[in-house]
Unconditional design. Structure first.
Lengths: 299, 307
């Protein structure tokens, strides 16, 4: 049993890292904009498609293979720079202050549009490009061969958690964001350009989603339907952690990652049930999530 | 005037398959989805958005498949039993879910329906996994019929049910219980002060909406001849909310208007383009932005409920 624990742990962590990227952007956007973006999963898969296309191009031209790591990052920045401001300005902005039903439906409409745009642009065949994973090679842990790329994923996730914490607590932008989250009207009345904060926060959310998609492509490839699958997982993680809680999303991805890996090892037929079952149990006991706070009912 | 419009609309629907036989399947599925969307619309009147109602749609279709396998072979009996199955699932889930509001209600419905979806897809021995289960052709009032006859019977039965159930739901929405439902949306706490038990009001609405979704699921199962886990996937639930909102939640006809519009548009669009969801997504956004009362708002004289 003891030599099964380390691979089990590494598997859980790597699985958690990938889910975390998808969920953290969703929860960040919710905390600043108060909008649940149902199209978030599509931005994740668009990031994956762009990264896979660029990596395939690099391989076909026989350029320096290490460029593919740059490509992963670049594709996330590229997707965020194009889709972030565009979506926030055109659609999401219109839903501020409207009911949850309107917000969910508008972003659901966007989800349908983005899913079809991907199908038209990238076709229905699946993309598979594992150059970045092969470059990093393998590691032998207790007789079990392990991919270094998965350790790289865990490192990236930690980097994002710490980076976001530093950004929010120790930079000017972070304090402006905190002010807007705490009291939007007050922030506006003391002269904070809330529109700019909304664009930046939304684009940051898109960046994190696209980065997650880009980083996931080398391990699992990308195919139509990934956006819809990722969306519910991200949703489950964000809800477990408490919508709007970044550390909550990190802890929740660990819970979901462990639940999934345990299910795969113990009851393989139920691996897909595990994340949602975890979400259901947590939400029934604490509907506002593990780290969320209760809000008073309005009269 | 409105009665005449409604009556002529139903007449046109009844005659259409005679003129164009291929429309019969499209219209049957549209009416089935209309029932489910009506269920979603009932809850939307209380301001509750459920992204999980495809679960009841699928539960009832699976119910038909299981009951048929157990030897029950009558259309009427199968419809009644499967709607009861959906209502029972709705009562159990509803007891927990109607305590929550807004985004939490949406998320919990999603969570429950995704557990259901994953179980349907994974329990291969029971549900046939992603292959799903066949829904056989039952006898109609004890008479064994062939497939073409059965499909016609199913269509006209759905049409009749649309009228009967539609009127019943209209009565419900206009009753004190139905008005209490809309009042939950406007001000729940005042409703409590008036001594109206909000939990009970919502639970009744939830069971009704689950039964409606179940009726739609059973009809769709019969029309398609197979039930697959994708019936319960979250995007299917999203589509039901979409239909309800396109049609408008102000009145019962809205849900069916939305479903007919969407299914007919679908049949027309597939011949031209395969970017079907693109069209639907844009239509949805445009309707929400410019027509918050949905298509029903175009016909309704008085101020209809909107989102």
């Amino acid at each position: 049993m003891s030599n099964a624990i380390i691979p089990l742990l590494l598997d859980s962590l790597a699985s958690a890292a990938l889910i975390f990227f998808a969920a953290v952007g969703l929860t960040l956007v919710f905390s600043v904009l108060r909008v649940l973006n149902v199209a978030h999963g599509s931005l994740y898969s668009i990031g994956g498609y762009v990264a896979a296309s660029i990596c395939l191009f690099i391989t076909s031209r026989q350029l320096n293979p290490y460029l593919s790591f740059v490509a992963l990052l670049f594709s996330a920045v590229f997707v965020a720079a194009i889709f972030g401001p565009l979506i926030e300005r055109s659609l999401v902005r219109w839903t501020y202050g409207k009911s949850e039903a309107v917000q969910i439906l508008i972003t659901f409409g966007l989800f349908l549009i983005l899913e079809d745009l991907q199908r038209v642009t990238f076709g229905v065949q699946s993309f598979y490009e594992d150059a970045p994973m092969r470059l990093l090679g393998t590691l032998n842990v207790g007789g079990v061969v392990y991919l270094n790329y998965q350790i790289f994923l865990i490192g990236m996730a930690l980097f994002v958690v710490i980076g976001l914490r530093l950004l929010i607590n120790h930079t000017r932008l972070g304090r402006l964001i905190t002010a807007v989250v705490t009291d939007r009207e007050m922030a506006q009345s003391i002269g904070i350009d809330t529109n700019r904060i909304f664009i930046l926060a939304f684009s940051l959310g898109v960046f994190l989603a696209a980065l997650g998609g880009a980083l996931a492509t080398p391990t699992s490839g990308i195919a139509p339907g990934l956006g819809a699958d990722t969306m519910v997982l991200a949703f489950a993680v964000a809800a477990i952690g408490g919508l709007g809680q970044i550390e909550g999303a990190a802890v929740a991805s660990l819970i979901v990652g462990v639940a999934r890996v345990l299910a795969i090892y113990l009851v393989p037929s139920l691996d897909a049930v595990a994340p949602y079952a975890a979400m259901l149990v947590v939400l029934l006991i604490r509907p506002y999530g593990l780290f969320g706070s209760v809000t008073a009912r309005r009269i | 005037m409105r009665t005449i419009v409604a009556a002529s609309a139903v007449l046109i629907l009844a005659v259409l398959p005679v003129a164009a036989p291929w429309l019969q399947f499209v219209l049957t599925v549209a009416i089935a989805k209309g029932f489910a969307a009506l269920g979603v619309a009932v809850l939307l009147r209380a301001g509750l958005i459920s992204i999980g109602h495809a679960m009841f749609f699928a539960a009832s279709a699976y119910g038909v498949a299981f009951l048929a396998r157990a030897g029950i072979n009558d259309l009427g009996l199968l419809l009644i039993l499967s709607v009861l199955v959906a209502a029972l699932v709705g009562a159990i889930a509803g007891m927990f879910l109607v305590r929550y509001r807004a985004i939490f209600f949406a998320m919990l419905n999603l969570a429950v329906s995704m557990v259901f979806y994953a179980l349907c897809a994974k329990l291969y021995g029971v549900t046939g996994g992603t292959d799903g289960l066949p829904v056989p052709i039952p006898a109609v009032f004890g008479i064994a019929v062939g497939e073409p006859v059965f499909k016609s019977v199913l269509f006209y039965l759905s049409l009749a049910l649309m009228l009967l159930v539609g009127l019943a739901v209209q009565r419900y929405l206009n009753s004190p219980l139905g008005h209490a439902l809309s009042a939950v949306h406007s001000n729940e706490i005042r409703l409590e002060y008036l001594g109206i038990p909000v939990w009970t009001v919502l639970l009744i609405a939830y069971v009704i909406s689950a039964a409606l979704a179940g009726l739609g699921g059973a009809i769709a199962g019969f029309a398609i001849g197979r039930v697959v886990p994708d019936f319960a996937f979250w995007t299917a639930s999203g589509h039901l909310v979409l239909i309800a909102v396109l049609g408008g939640i102000g009145g019962v006809p809205g849900a069916f208007l939305g479903a007919l519009f969407l299914e007919l548009l679908h049949s027309a669009a597939v011949t031209v383009t395969d970017a079907w969801n693109l069209i639907v997504g844009m239509t949805l956004i445009i309707v929400i932005m410019f027509l918050p009362q949905g298509f029903y708002g175009l016909f309704s004289r008085k101020e209809a409920s909107s989102l």
